[in-house]
Ligand binder design. Structure first.
Ligand code: PLP
Length: 393
């Protein structure tokens, strides 16, 4: 049996061809594929606007900047995510405030957010960054309601859930990133995620002002759109209209652009994303039924409608033993994640063991099993058999 990772990309001949076509064209970066990819991605999630960026972390950074996170801005997020989710607040000198997870969903617990909000004066907190951890969509409608009560914005970290959805109280299917309940949503195209572009990211929104802000921040703070110019045209050389070469740097931005060949790969991958999710849901169902009556199991989520299954996590007894046994069988299960507040950087900022008991209990027992669309039935059977062998069940 070949090594089985917890996640991997699948690159088809069409994907390769799409990249080659761009490499042979006139545009390596900022060509026609960038705008096309944005349009198709916005279509896929059902948002008005999409802004592509160089990676998911850049998407988080620009989102915080667009929402004016600044010195001392307090933003609430989950301790169970990739550290970039919290780091983006720090990039802008904001203050990270964690709220513990729910022990069943593993996503940020709305009641814990409420306690945080009620613990301080109104106006203390400015925003929430929830994460659709493992691909399980958070109830964004409920979060929006709470956010509105306190005047907060929401950046949804949907890196695990492109194509995922939940049903709201009006019985409407809400696709992750469609902007109905969150101000901004962000995605990553790192190879382990649903859609691979090497590196890459996307921000989606229905808010035009934020969209314009993001476009500028992505590219040095420069605009080339004359309707937004601030300088007098006299300053541009005493001409009667702005010359072709004219542009303005209006704010301190970055170079966070996605290249044209990455966009071509992203687009090609996007065309297979629905198939990929269907496959992931099938794999999840297999795990669920094979493991549900096991004595070693502490918890596994039920099968959830709309779950995008970026990860398939179970909580087990003797997790370390299982992890090692799987590795000795060439199965590279992973642990997602070490709680962010226990990372040395955050500990140095005042957090400690015991601060978030649900996140810490989860971390003690969790293990992410192999989950990717090209995992074969034979490979999955082998994974399940190895788990059962380890526990003699
Ligand atoms: C992958 C990931 C990111 C960061 O995305 P990159 O493209 O790797 O920068 C942020 N948040 C979550 C939840 C992720 O899984």
């Amino acid at each position: 049996m070949n090594p089985i990772p917890y996640g991997r990309q699948s690159i088809s001949d069409e994907d390769v061809q799409a990249v080659i076509d761009v490499l042979r064209s006139d545009f390596l970066t900022q060509g026609p594929c960038v705008a096309l990819f944005e349009k198709e991605f916005a279509n896929y999630v059902g948002s008005k606007y999409a802004v592509s960026v160089s990676n998911g972390t850049a998407a988080l950074h620009l989102s915080c900047l667009a929402l004016d996170v600044d010195n001392g801005t307090k933003v609430i997020t989950t301790p169970i995510s990739f550290s970039a989710t919290a780091n983006c607040i720090r990039y802008c000198n904001g203050e990270v405030v964690f709220a513990d997870i729910n022990e069943d969903t593993y996503t940020i617990d709305i009641d814990k957010i409420k306690s945080v909000l009620e613990s301080e004066e109104r106006g203390t907190f400015q925003g929430i960054i929830p994460v659709d951890f493992t691909g399980r969509p958070v109830d964004m409608e409920a979060l929006r309601k709470l956010a509105d009560e306190y005047g907060l914005w929401i950046i949804a970290d949907s890196c695990h859930s492109p194509g995922g959805s939940f049903v709201d109280s009006k019985n409407q299917i809400q696709t992750c990133g469609n902007g109905t309940y969150s101000d901004l949503s962000i995605f990553s195209f790192h190879p382990v995620k649903h859609i691979a572009a090497g590196e890459g990211g996307m921000i989606t929104t229905n808010n035009e002002a934020l969209y314009q802000k993001l476009l500028k921040l992505r590219s040095h703070g420069i605009t080339k759109d004359s309707q937004f110019y601030q300088n007098d045209i006299e300053l541009a050389g005493g001409l009667s209209s702005y010359p072709e070469w004219y542009m303005e740097m209006q704010t301190l931005g970055f170079n966070y652009r996605l290249t044209d060949f990455q966009s071509a790969l992203g687009m090609s991958q996007l065309s297979k994303a629905k198939e990929g999710i269907a496959k992931r849901r099938m794999i999840a169902a297999n795990y669920y039924h094979a493991l549900k009556d096991s004595q070693f199991l502490i918890r596994q989520s039920g099968l959830i409608d709309g779950h995008a299954y970026h990860l398939y996590v179970i909580e087990v007894k003797d997790r370390l033993g299982l992890y090692k046994f799987l590795r000795s069988n060439n199965i590279y299960a992973q642990i997602h994640y070490i709680p962010i507040h226990l990372m040395p950087y955050y500990k140095a900022r005042g957090w400690k063991d015991g601060d978030f008991p649900y996140a810490e209990a989860y971390y003690k027992n969790c293990i992410s099993l192999p989950m990717f669309p090209t995992l074969t039935a034979k490979e999955q059977d082998f994974v399940i058999q190895c788990i059962k062998d380890y526990y003699n069940e």
